[in-house]
Structure formats: C-alpha cells, structure tokens
Design a binder for this molecule. Sequence first.
Ligand SMILES: [Zn+2]
Ligand SMILES: [Zn+2]
Ligand SMILES: [Zn+2]
Length: 924
Amino acid sequence: MLPLYNGSTTEWSESMDQGESIELSGIRTHNLKNFSIKFPLGKVSVVTGMSGSGKSSLVFDTLYGEAYRRYVESLSSYARQYLKQMSKPDLDGVENLPPAIAVKQARSGLNQRSTVGTMTELTDVLRILFGHLSKVYCCGQELVKATGPYMAQDAMSHFSGQKLLFLAPLDAWGKLKAADLKPQLEAQGFTRCFVDGEVKKISDVKATDLKRSMIVVDRLTATEDNASRMIEASELTLRLGRGKGVVRGDKLERAYNKQLACPSCGTVYVDPSPTLFNHNHPQGACEKCQGFGRMPIKDRAKITPDLEGSVSTESVSPWNFGEHKVYYRIAKKSAKTRGIDVTKPFKNFTATEWKWLYEGDGGEFDGVNGYFAYLDTKRYKAHYRIHAARFTTYVLCDECHGFRLNQKARACQIDGENFVDVVKYSIAELQGWFQTLAEKKDARGAAVEEATTEGSLRLSYLIKMGLGYLSLHRSARTLSGGEVQRINMARSLGSALTGTLFCLDEPSVGLHARDSRNLLGVILELRDQGNTIVIVEHEKTIIRGAEYLVEIGPGAGHRGGNLVYSGDPKQYKFEEKEWPKGRPLSAKEKYLVLKNVTTHNLKNLDAKILVGGLNVVCGVSGSGKTSLIRHTLYPLLALALGQDLDDEASEGDEKTGILGPADVVKTISSVHFVSQESIGRSTRSTIATYLGFYDDIRKLLSTTPSAKALGLTPGFFSFNVPGGRCETCKGLGYVVEDLSFLGEMPVTCSTCRGMQFNDDALAITYRNRNLHDILQLTIDEAREFFFETPKLSKALDQIIGMGLGYVRLGQNTSSFSGGEAQRLKLLRLLLDAVDRKPCCLIFDEPSTGLSDRDVQQLLLQLLRLRDAGHTVIVVEHHLGLISAADWLLEVGPEAAAAGGTMVYQGPAAGILTAKDSRTAPFLE
Ligand SMILES: [Zn+2]
Ligand SMILES: [Zn+2]
Ligand SMILES: [Zn+2]
C-alpha cells in the first residue's frame, strides 16, 4: 500500500531542488483537496491516477487553466470583463508559471474539410512548392508562355538547318471585317499568307478565307548566323498574331502562345501560384463540387425504400412529414389527368412513371425533386434541413474524384507528378519526395528553400510520432483521438517554441506498446528545446521515462483529489494486476468468416471472428486493424443484416471482401459500432437523459406533496418543453455569446443565474434538494441520495462500475472525452442489451483514458456482454485486454504497405509463438 499524503506537503527529491520549478499552492479546483505541488522547469513530469481522481483537474483546469487565464488577461480590457464568468482555477498561489500550450485529443475545431495535410500545414508547404516549381501539362506536352527569344531558341532546336516560315494566325483579329483586313496587311508590307497547306499571295486569297489563314511574317533558315533575326521575326509574329505564332519547318510546325494555352486543344491555363492549389479558393476548387470532394444526391433507396409500396399507400418517405402529406393529394390529382395508376407498386414503375414521380408533370405537381427544392428554400428552419438530410447520400465527386482540385490545378506537375499524386503519398513516402526535391538546387527562390526545409522537418517529426503511414489527403474525421493529438504534438515540435509549458493529455492513446518508446524520444526532444512538459498518462514506458511523477488519488471523485505520490518515477511501484484468461474453445464454436479483404492496405486477407466470444484485434498503428473491422466487417455485417450504418466513417468508398457463412450470420440479430465520437450534439443531453433515468428523477419530484398541490406533472420539469425551465436559456443555465477574438463562449444566464429553472420549479424539493441541486450531484453522491429508489440505484451502480462515478448528473454529454463517451454508450447497451437477442458489438479502443484498475472494470462489463451471448469485438493496444481475449487477431506486421496481413489469429496464448508478432514481445 502506498503512503497517503494528505494536506499540503510534497515529497521533493534532492536533485529537483537544484533547478527552478513551477510552484502551485493550496489547490482546490474541483475535487482537489487543498495541496501544494511543484513541477520542475525544463523537465518531463507525468501525472497519473485513476479516471476521475483529479489528474485533469490538476494539469488542465489548474496548471494550464491559470496560464491561459493570465494569457487572456494580458490581451485586453475587453476580455477582462468576461473573465469573472470563466471558471477560475481555485488555488492560493502560483510561482514561475511559463506560457502554456495544451495539446489535447479534442477533435473540436476540425471542420469537414480538415485533412492530415491541413492539420500539419504540410498542404500549405506543398502549395508553395507547386506554386513555384510546377509546370503545366496538357495533351501530353509542357506548356510554356512564349517570348521572342524562347520561340526563336525552340524553333532552332527543333528545325536546325531547315527553311522556316514564321506565321501569324489571324483568327484573333476579331471584329475587323475580312474586307478591311486585306488593305491593312498590304499597307504594312505583308504580301503572303499560309492557307490550306500552302503559301499564297494575299491578293489571290478570297477575303473570307483570309480570317482562317496565317500571315507569312518572315522566311529564314535556322542557322546560328540568323539567331538575332529569328528573335526579331518571332517577336513580330507574336505581335501580329495577337499573342499567337507558328513556326513551320520542312514538314512539321510548332505553335507558340504568349498565354499558357494548349496548342492542341486550346485550353487556356493560369500561371501556377499557391492559391491555385487551394481547394477552399475559387481559383483551385473543383467547379462541380466546389472543392468539397463529395456531392450530395437524393437517394432513391431512402426516398422510396419500400418498393412494394405506392403513391396511394403513402410510401414516399419524405412526404410523410407533418402537413407535407398534401403532396400526395397533388400527386394523385396529377396522376388522374396523366393516366398514371397511383396504386401501382414502385417496383413495377416504368422509366416514364419514375420520371413523373421525381420530376413532376411540369405543372402544379413538381415531384420529389420539386419537393426537395422547396425544402431548400426553407433551409433556415433547422427541422427542414434535418428532414432533407435524411434522404441525402454523399457520393464521390466524379470530376475531381474526391481530391477537390479543378483540372487547371491538376494539370500542374513537378517531375511528372501533380498535386493529387503527391497528397496521396504516405508521410514516409513524401519524405523521400522532399529529399529528391532538396537535392535539385536549380533556380528557386528563398520561399522554396524555406518550404522544403520546413516540410522535411515536419515530416521527420510525424514519422517519429509513428504517423508515417498517414497520407495528407486523409480526412481528419477518420483519425483516432490519439492520432489527432500526435499530429498536434508534431506541430508544436516544428514550431520551435522554447521556454513554454506543454500540457499533454495521454499522448500514448492508440499507440502500440512498441511505439511508446519513440513517443518518449519525441517528448524528450521537446524538453531539450528548452520546454517544460507535464503529461497526464497511464502508459508505463512514458511514466518510467519521465523525470518526475505525481499520482493523484487514491479513488475517484470525493474519494480522490489527494496527492498520493510525488517524486522519482523509478521508485514508484506499479500495482500489478492479474488479468483473466480467455475461455477454453470447443470444437463446436461458430465463426464469422471474412474472405479476400483488400480494403485500404489489406492484402487479400482472410479473418475469423469467434461468435459469442471476446475478440480482440491488435497490431501496430496503421497496420490495418481499423480497415478490417470498422471499414470492412462492420459495413458488410450491417449490409447482410439490412441495417443502416450509424458510424459515418465506416461508409467507405470501396467495400471489399466476402462475409459468411450465411447460417452463422443469421444467428446475429444486429451489429453496433460503439465509437469514441462524442454523444449527440444536443446541448441538453446529460448522462441522466442519455441513460434514460432523468424521467425517474422528474417523476420523483412530481410526486412530492408541494408539486401535487400545484398539480405539476413530470413534464413540468423537462428541459425540452416550456414549463419549469428558464425560458431565457431554455434550461441550459448559460447563453452563448460571441466574444470576438475568443470565439463563442458560454456565459452564465442572467435570468436564472445558472439555475436552469424558474423559481416555481426550484421551489419544489425532494429530500431538501431542488432539481438544480440534484443535477449538480456527482453519480457517487446521487447513489447515496437516491438510496430509497431501487431503479435509480441500479442504474447509478452500473455507471460507478464503469469508473464514471465522478461525473455530475447534469453534465453535458458533449463535454465527455472520447473514452468517457464510449463507456457511456457501452452502458446504454448494457442497460438493455443484456436481455436482447445475440448481437455483435464493436468497440474502438475502449481502454482510452483508463488506468489499469478502470480497464479491469471495463473488461468485466465486456465479459458480461459476452456471457449474455453477444459477440464482442475490441480493437485494442492494452496488453491486459489483449491477454484476456477468447480469440485474438493481430494485423500487421508493420504499418501501411508493410502491413495488411494476418499475423496471428487464435486463442490469446498462442500468439507468443507467432513469429512476426509485434505484440508478443510485450506480453508475459
Ligand atoms: Zn490540351
Ligand atoms: Zn469535385
Ligand atoms: Zn436561464
């Protein structure tokens, strides 16, 4: 048992006293119990402890929070007036606090268009390089803007020794009448023109033919002696041809243009510049999709899902929307005059009938398309927008194939490759491309020099972070929280900041045990640049490699908040955990079998999933685990079960592989992907509403004598409808204000002073607490408070069992971390899934954010699901969970092209003898 320090003493090793340190005293933020602590400046410190112990309250809400507050305070007086409304860290004093940067896993701030390239700013680097170095190609040739000397030199190199005709096309002479042209040319001394393959006298050519002919400007032999005359002739030709000119040798001719125009197809291009490669800029954006890469289309399968249905059975889904049912009446009226049978099932519709249904009759009935066009004019109404979106599917833009750039941008190449080719490279391949570029020291400005250096540096950090397998065009939304954070870290490293405090939030999340060592190396490098690093972390490699360790605990919530350990990480004793082993497998086990999977980097892979077992899928980052489970198994199984995907990232453009056998698939009733995406965007969603027990709390309040006397129903205490809630903030307790440079920020509602309800509602109390007080309770406190209500107690016990006892009842679910959100989803499944028909539940790194002790709790819950007959699939790096699998799969052996094969599948213990396993060396 570790010694428990209570109060304000900090164990401080001798060596740490040598240098300066950040000193925090009397910390009481959230559950922290009034202690003081020092973090050595210029060193790496780790803060550890179980979920809810107060680690984040210390590092992010106190240490970083105070630094941020000081930063904002230094900005302007305008900001200061709002400071009192921002939550202020609760502490007595701070010494030696440097400016701070928090690198979190948050995906907020990532917009729809964010990619790995924009996040790392490498796209900007590439834009500069392409803007300066690329050449335009069309119809298989490089386009060059012609000048006199260029044209003369080019003609010399192609037609050396031949007799040349310098010809100026007249097609650009525009408005001038053909009859007026002739005397003008003759007056200028031109007597011959080239038309229909031969030189003729201008006087012999019909005026109407003159416009399509070319004037013979000069005749010269291509020799060195004539070099300066050739330049003069070229310049005159370009002038006379209004920027265009042709040089004809004995047999062939070459066309020149002062503009970037293709001599073969005539397409006119623009000079490459960085903005040309920006899909957010009109110059570079694909015209068809406006640079979005995908196009919304109305999906017939969603609009008329029931092909047995008809107009008369009201089977046009979008029209079944309140008063919009009127569309059926209009359709029927139109059908009558057109002779269309409204009782005819859609499956028997002819092309003409479909056309009628979608495009209307050109009169009063404007069809499904007209209906959506009408909705579009009402976009400002949120529920119309949401309704229309239900029938929309996004398909890859067929013009730019998802790469968002227009043809003019795509025509620009550096060494035979265009922008799209380059953003498709993995970061590791891109580094090679940069090297080749850096070796060629040809005519380039300082901008290019700087961009190549900058780009190479960024790439090297990304590779050190174990992200070499990502490509720049990968959408940010498909990245895991850990990947997002490591990209942000690489960015901080590349920024050359020094004297800064970096607060990192579990940087090892999603990393294979092997890669944690590289990560530690990068963290030490950040320190060596003169920075101080404080990390919230559970991973042992990082903890052992740090210079100072702090543990907050011992429990969560009010059972935590103490300083349990501070000092040398080497002296710290890890609690050793016993992990249960997988169940023995019999010959009668059933397996789902996936065959010939080639999704992303997978190499024609076959995989087996144990039905009714705990399956764990491991492998190094980028090996193909996610491609196999999230992008293949899940969509295929959903398709086989006739289910919609509830995870957008799983809707891959390609679905490869075959899933079977059919009789085993049939034993599964449904499939659920439990992602780390935050729960609901509703600002009114709380753990109580999400898990469904808020109703029980409302009922309790409505049965109190005072509520009964006033005739208040449970509905009165709702957040969603007027009644007891504060109408100014609609029950949120805050309103969002736009504070210019700080962006939008929640500010306490002035009507209810943050109490969320009006005075009538707040007057109703249950066991001396009103609804606002109740919502402020943590789950732990609520468990004690509601001990007389068995149904509530049971639900609360389960939340506590998931290590979420520290969460407040009224806390908005969108504020939950990815790991917390996922466990909450798991809970919701548990609350009703245990009694459900056997289904397949897929979890994406559920151990995220959990200490070993919490992971054991999580494992117990996963085993409960398994024991209830469900098939559980977990994509994981956590070694304890891996060793507990009934059925273990490793994808790899390495990342990207060096991965994508099945390294091992079988009972967990068998992996120790798998020769290519990158996981086995870390297991006992
Ligand atoms: Zn062309
Ligand atoms: Zn496009
Ligand atoms: Zn209010």
